[in-house]
Design a protein around this ligand. Structure first.
Ligand code: KG4
Ligand code: ZN
Length: 338
């Protein structure tokens, strides 16, 4: 089954062709960072206009790279939420038009489910249910119990900032342009993670929840202090990163101890983080746990993960092309989706 995926939930205009939820035949992503960087964040109106300008070419590009035509495509998959409404409608409207014109089935996919199934792209193994996912992106940070392609429950979530948001805000304090996560990661690799002891949030009782706003505030106060003004930015970055990774790994281990899982999956933009990947790899190797850690190109937003998710969820998510709607607040659990 060859699926053409379209992802426009935020600021990446992405298309892909994926066979059987696994083999990525083509994956195209047009990054809009240059248009948003000077504003220090994503400007929704600019993002949706760029999607309008870029999407048709991105679809043609994916087909061209795959040496395929629309006739080869068996189904269309599009992100229907969560995300920026103006961005989502561009992808959804285009996918509906294509599905209608080509008379092919259309699947509306939850962006966060996409991040989870990204871990199985270009890998021989099918998803080993049940597995635990640590999903850390710019807008979400959560631990998800994945029982099947369509039965997933959030067992822990952030109370305030998402991990990626904490990265981007802290990067800004260090003078790094948006989105600062990847650059802060590179800077941290040149610093001492033990130089400064930033706080690690611990939830009350047996909660698996996360919180990063205290850490971000602590870095801000430190940078405004006399000691902070003279500190090496690389050391501040490394110490911040060590605190984020400690918190994420502590919650992941606590969740993993609660029940039997066959594997752990890392996903979302922050899954590209070098220290987080190393910590998870270390822990999984010493505890004999199978870990699925996607390569960076599948951690951040892409359309291959959307096409793959449509394949895995194909019995539950197919809709009539004329009735699919974008939903900026799309519920995570499929049972809750109307
Ligand atoms: O999943 P994603 O591409 O978009 C959302 O759905 O949010 O995640 C983007 C987030 C941004 O906050 C970005 O700074 C962060 O992922 N990110 C990283 C790294 N690469 C991307 N954070 C830390 N280290 C990285 N290497
Ligand atoms: Zn994302």
């Amino acid at each position: 089954m060859l699926v053409l995926g379209i992802e426009t939930s935020c600021d990446d205009t992405a298309t892909a062709l994926v066979r059987d939820g696994r083999d990525v035949i083509a994956s195209v992503s047009t990054n809009q960072d240059a248009f948003h960087a000077k504003y220090g964040g994503i400007v929704p109106e600019i993002a949706s206009r760029q999607h309008v300008a870029l999407l048709s070419a991105a679809v043609e590009d994916a087909l061209g790279r795959a040496g395929a035509t629309f006739d080869d495509v068996d189904a269309l998959a599009v992100t229907r939420g969560p995300g920026l409404i103006g961005s989502l409608v561009v992808g959804v409207a285009s996918a509906k038009a294509l599905a209608f014109a080509l008379d092919k089935p259309l699947y509306g996919v939850n962006h966060l489910h996409g991040h989870i199934f990204a871990a199985f792209l270009d890998r021989p193994e099918p998803p080993p249910y049940p597995f635990l996912t640590l999903l850390v992106s710019g807008g979400h940070s959560q631990l998800v119990n994945v029982e099947s392609a369509t039965r997933m429950t959030i067992v822990g979530r952030t109370h305030d900032d998402a991990a990626g948001e904490a990265y981007d805000k802290t990067a800004r304090l260090l003078g790094i342009a948006y989105p600062g996560g990847p650059e802060l990661d590179r800077m941290a690799q040149r610093g001492n993670p033990r130089a400064h002891a930033f706080p690690r949030h611990r939830p009350a009782g047996d909660s698996l929840d996360l919180s990063f706003s205290g850490l971000k505030t602590s870095v801000r106060y430190f940078l405004e202090s006399d000691g902070g003004r003279n500190a090496k930015p690389e050391d501040v970055a490394a110490s911040f990163q060590a605190a984020v990774v400690d918190v994420l790994m502590a919650r992941l281990q606590a969740a993993f101890a609660r029940r039997h899982y066959k594997a752990v999956v890392l996903s979302g933009g922050v899954a590209a983080n070098s220290a987080l990947q190393a910590a998870l790899r270390n822990w999984s190797e010493s505890n004999n746990v199978t870990a699925f850690i996607p390569p960076p190109r599948y951690c951040t937003d892409n359309a291959a993960m959307i096409a793959a998710t449509a394949y895995h969820q194909r019995d539950a998510t197919r809709v009539d092309p004329l009735t699919l709607s974008a939903d900026p607040n799309l519920a995570f659990e499929l049972d809750a989706v109307s």
